[in-house]
Design a protein around this ligand. Structure first.
Ligand code: ADP
Length: 757
């Protein structure tokens, strides 16, 4: 504890001094007042005495001098005056009549002075007395008395009183001061010293508590306070000790917890590492799943291709009624199998984020018609009524993905027909409110079928889930349709839900957002492929590299009775040898083959062509139901076109016609025009983007970026989609024109690579 002691003392002493001063002042005032009263009273008394004296002389003169003046008795007048002058205070006496000064006498000190001299001097008291006889004035008596004696008496009186007053003041103040010092200030100082010592931490400092008065009480209160402080300190020390103990315990606990936390952290990191590894494993597994699905697709589709192709070919031959029925079963079963396969692939593509929606201008009416052609026969078969109502405000032209919209509708309507024994299946389309430039449509499919239990309404949208396990037995199905529909609806920025009363029927609703057709129509019109005139097939020497005998047989059958000649090689290596013999117009290249796969064979062919200065041949890559990336990979290795399996007769013929046209190309025809055609839209978009950029029209550049993305999706070329996205994002963010130019150059270079293959 640090206290400023000096400060305390400087405060204590002035109090004592001030008290002494105040005491002295008060005493002085009282004593002086009293003294002045005494002085005033004495002065007044002495003056009154003098006045009395002169009054009694005057009366005496009045009576005594009347006869002397009347009789003009100078001697008795003089005697009277002499008698007056016996009084030491009388300095002048005079008797005056109308004729003369009868008698006059003054002290030798003032001899010769007239009466007026005394009258005008304040050191004298004068009086003039009229002497009368029978009421008439006969003379005047003038008298002067000196006030010197009285004045002296007054002076002595004042001096004595003041001296007495001073003595009194000194005596009283000394007595009170010494009393105050002894009884008040000394004990207070002692108490202060004790308090200071206590304040400085000396709790054992002595306190005098013996006084029986208030100071004694104060001292005792101090003593009690000291005792309380002692207790407080000991309590505090105890609490401090406890606190210290607690802190020690706390520190130990924190240390322990920190160690535990560190351990847990380490375990968590290990767990995280595990999770990371598991995720990696899951990613690898997912990749493996995708690969497995791709290869399974190929493996299953290859024989499927053959079965369906053969069934088609068989259907075109002359058959008996029974045979026709059998072939029909073949075709139906094959198509169902293909549908299931497509469902599985669709779902895995969506789950892997590989499915991109098309964005094209289409007619809703056409989509409904095409859907009805599939559903109506099924409904008719079950003798169900099938109705379709489209509200008048629903626009016919929309921009979106018509194929996927049809897929959802077929799924829902197919289910409605499947799960309804009798009654009606109804499709309603209405418009929901939306923003400018978009159309939100709500599709509702209701039926009068068996319905769905309320508890199952939400879960039926999960993959491989059916409302009732007996469903599979009775109606077939995989439980994938609704899961795919849900994903597709979400991709169309909509939602899907179901309402149902078990036993009475169900209604499935979904909404989907489409763009306003006017915005994209112009660009879309440029994208529409030029319809190929249905002409006869040109003469062509076709080399096919295909390991599946069935597939080769199907293609061979397609080309039977056409001017085309097909040669088949069973793997890439054999095909390459065959190619080297020359004289080919088109190469059909399967991708997955033993010994040497399609990519390698294509590369070898392109290399050979370069080495021998040959003009590149058109190579058509054939892959099973393409996963995104397959087509692009084919183009990168040097193929010009991509034909997904199962190959349809019409698609094959279209390709041959478009590659060779009317003119009969020889081996080594220059660069295929198809590459130009294939990328013509991309080129148009790039040119349009250049023009828009020169006008700083970023909005158009952004739209063109989106179009490029769509074109990439249409061509199944991931790189173009990615460049489109970069272009769109750059325009949205208002990136520097130089950077956008750079993106456009990269795109141009990219498509140039294919065109020079
Ligand atoms: P699938 O029909 O192939 O089994 P979905 O995903 O299309 O698979 O349907 C899942 C399940 O939802 C069906 O198995 C059925 O139990 C139920 N479900 C779907 N649509 C209807 C409907 N219209 N009426 C009754 N149940 C339905």
């Amino acid at each position: 504890m640090t206290h400023d002691n000096t400060n305390k003392h400087t405060k204590a002493y002035p109090l004592r001094r001030r008290a002494a001063l105040a005491q002295t002042a008060i005493i002085a005032v009282i004593v002086f007042c009293f003294s002045f009263a005494v002085i005033f009273f004495n002065t007044y008394r002495l003056n009154a005495q003098l006045e009395d004296q002169i009054t009694s002389i005057s009366r005496l003169a009045e009576t005594s001098l009347a006869s002397s003046v009347w009789q003009v008795d100078h001697a008795s007048a003089r005697d009277f005056i002499d008698a007056m002058l016996h009084d030491e205070s009388v300095v002048f006496a005079q008797v005056v009549t109308g004729r003369e000064v009868m008698a006059s006498r003054s002290r030798p000190k003032y001899s010769g002075q007239p009466f007026n001299f005394f009258k005008n001097d304040r050191k004298f008291l004068t009086r003039t007395v009229e002497i009368k006889k029978f009421g008439d004035w006969i003379g005047t008596f003038n008298l002067a008395i000196t006030t010197a004696r009285i004045d002296q008496e007054i002076l002595i009186n004042i001096s004595a009183t003041l001296i007495l007053a001073l003595v009194l003041i000194l005596a009283i103040s000394q007595t009170t001061i010494s009393f105050a010092r002894k009884r008040l200030f000394n004990p207070l100082k002692y108490l202060e010293a004790s308090a200071t010592a206590i304040a400085d931490g000396d709790l054992d400092a002595a306190i005098d508590t013996s006084a029986p008065d208030e100071l004694g009480n104060l001292a005792r209160a101090f003593d009690d306070m000291r005792e309380s402080v002692r207790h407080l300190i000991s309590d505090l020390q105890e609490a401090n000790g406890k606190l210290q103990d607690h802190r020690n315990v706390l520190e130990t606990t924190v240390k322990k917890r920190t160690e535990e936390l560190n351990h847990k952290n380490i375990s968590l990191n290990l767990a995280l590492e595990e999770v990371r590894k598991s995720k990696q494993a899951a990613d690898v597994a997912n990749l493996a799943k995708s690969r497995f699905l791709a290869s399974m697709s190929h493996e299953i589709r290859t024989p499927m291709n053959a079965i369906l192709g053969m069934a088609d070919i068989l259907w075109e031959t002359k058959l008996t009624e029974d045979q026709e029925r059998y072939v029909q079963v073949f075709r139906t079963a094959g198509e169902s199998l293909l549908e299931i396969l497509n469902d599985i692939l669709d779902l895995s593509k969506i789950e892997a984020g590989h499915l991109e929606l098309e964005k094209t201008s289409f007619s809703l009416g056409e989509v409904i018609d095409k859907t009805c052609t599939v559903i109506e026969p099924k409904a008719k078969q079950k003798q169900l009524k099938f109705e379709c109502s489209v509200r008048p405000d629903v626009p016919d032209r929309l921009v979106g993905d018509p194929t996927r919209l049809r897929q959802i509708l077929i799924n829902l309507l197919g289910n409605a027909v499947k799960f309804t024994a009798d009654g009606t299946v109804h499709l309603t389309i209405e418009r929901a409110p939306g923003r400018d430039g978009e159309a939100i449509l709500q599709f509702s499919v209701s039926d009068t079928g068996l319905g769905i239990p309320t508890g199952k309404l939400a879960s039926i949208f999960d993959s491989f889930t059916q409302a009732d396990s007996s469903t599979t037995r009775e109606y077939g199905g995989t439980g994938l349709g609704l899961a795919i529909s849900k994903q597709l609806v979400q991709m169309m920025n909509g939602r899907i839900w179901a309402e149902s009363s078990p036993g009475k029927g169900s209604t499935f609703h979904f909404t989907a957002r489409f763009d306003d057709p006017h915005i994209t129509e112009v660009i879309q019109s440029a994208k529409k492929p030029t319809p190929q005139p249905q002409a006869e097939l040109p003469k062509a020497n076709i080399l096919m590299l295909e390991d599946s005998k069935y597939n080769a047989f199907v293609i061979q059958t397609y080309l039977k009775n056409t001017p085309c000649r097909l040669t088949v090689a069973e793997n890439g290596a054999d095909g390459f040898e065959e190619f080297k013999k020359g004289n080919w117009d088109i190469i059909l290249m399967d991708i997955q083959m033993p010994v040497m796969d399609g990519y390698e064979a294509t590369r070898a062919i392109r290399e050979w062509e370069r080495e021998h200065n040959l003009t590149p041949l058109p190579i058509v890559a054939m892959t099973a139901y393409a996963l995104v990336g397959d087509a692009e990979k084919c183009f990168e290795t040097g193929a010009n076109l991509h034909l997904p399996k199962p190959v349809k007769k019409s698609s094959l013929f279209d390709i041959i016609r478009s590659l060779l046209g009317d003119e009969q190309p020889t081996h080594g025809t220059s660069n295929t025009p198809q590459a130009h055609e294939l990328f013509s839209t991309v080129r148009e978009i790039v040119t349009a983007a250049h023009t828009a950029l020169s006008r700083e029209d970023y909005a158009s550049v952004r739209t063109l970026g989106s179009d490029l993305m769509d074109e990439g999706i249409r061509l199944s070329m991931d790189a173009i989609t990615k460049h489109g996205k970069s272009l769109r994002d750059a325009a949205t963010e208002g990136t520097a024109p130089a950077r956008i130019e750079q993106i456009l150059t990269v795109i141009a270079e990219y498509i140039d690579r294919f065109e020079t293959v």
